[in-house]
Design a protein around this ligand. Structure first.
Ligand SMILES: CC(=O)Oc1ccccc1S(=O)(=O)Nc1cc2c(c(O)c1O)C(=O)c1ccccc1C2=O
Length: 230
């Protein structure tokens, strides 16, 4: 039996302001840092150790990992970063809060988007500064793979290959793996692991800063999962 630990980053500044964040590189709040520290302490108290950790290339996930590893006294753990673990790209919604979104697009459109699996918001324009192609951290990503908006289906389509190519092989080789990522990129991973339907996945909400432990059989099929600290 293998164990895999997933963790959503702690509270960020734009979580607090109820803004769509997506690929915007906002940092953790002090509360978010505390959550990461407590998660690390919980993992240590429960005897967890890791041989490898993964995170997105967004600082709120990386810092969550750093703080958790630090409180486990395990900052020597090798870390793999990938854009494929980034949060869902929210296109032109990035930066808007609840009022601005409703004002700009109307409540009806918001309700459609909330429940949709395969509908993406308006993309950021090619020359919009928010276009990932202008960000050095994505320089080595082929331009046709870089999103300017995403629906949840798009996020699943770019997270699952990372699972197949990087995370699953590490687990199969006997490494104990920790993944710190985002609400929708973890939804994508969990959808794949548990075989959750397109309709149901939009209702799955993963709490921030709480380690989620998956026990996997020899074929990496989930046997059970539980949150530490419950
Ligand atoms: C709790 C909250 O205030 O959520 C916000 C934050 C910013 C804008 C709108 C809202 S809301 O109150 O309409 N709720 C709200 C709104 C939305 C979503 C969502 O999950 C949600 O809970 C989406 O997933 C979502 C996904 C893709 C496009 C738009 C939305 C969206 O507009």
């Amino acid at each position: 039996m293998y164990k895999l630990v997933l963790m959503r980053h702690g509270e960020s500044q734009w979580n607090l302001e109820n803004r769509f964040t997506g690929w915007t590189d906002v940092d953790l709040t002090e509360t978010g840092r505390q959550q990461a520290k407590q998660a690390g302490e919980l993992l240590k108290e429960n005897g967890f150790e890791f041989d490898l950790a993964f995170a997105s290339v967004l600082k709120r996930a990386i810092r969550t990992l750093w703080i958790a590893l630090d409180s486990m006294d395990a900052m020597h753990t090798p870390v793999g970063l990938s854009w494929r673990l980034n949060e869902r790209h929210y296109g032109a919604l990035q930066g808007l809060n609840k009022a601005e979104t409703a004002q700009k697009y109307g409540e009806d459109q918001v309700l459609v988007w909330r429940r949709a699996y395969a509908i993406a918001p308006d993309p950021v324009a090619e020359d919009d500064p928010r276009n990932p192609r202008f960000d050095a951290r994505y320089a080595r990503v082929p331009a046709d793979q870089l999103p300017r908006t995403e629906c949840l289906q798009d996020t699943v389509a770019r997270v699952v290959p990372f699972w197949e190519e990087s995370i699953a092989p590490a687990i199969r080789s006997g490494r104990r793996v920790l993944v710190t990522a985002h609400g929708n990129s973890l939804r994508a991973l969990i959808k794949h692991l548990d075989g959750i339907s397109d309709e149901d996945i939009v209702h799955l909400n993963i709490p921030t800063g709480q380690p989620l432990v998956y026990e996997l059989d020899e074929n990496l099929r989930p046997i059970r999962h539980y949150y530490l600290g419950d």
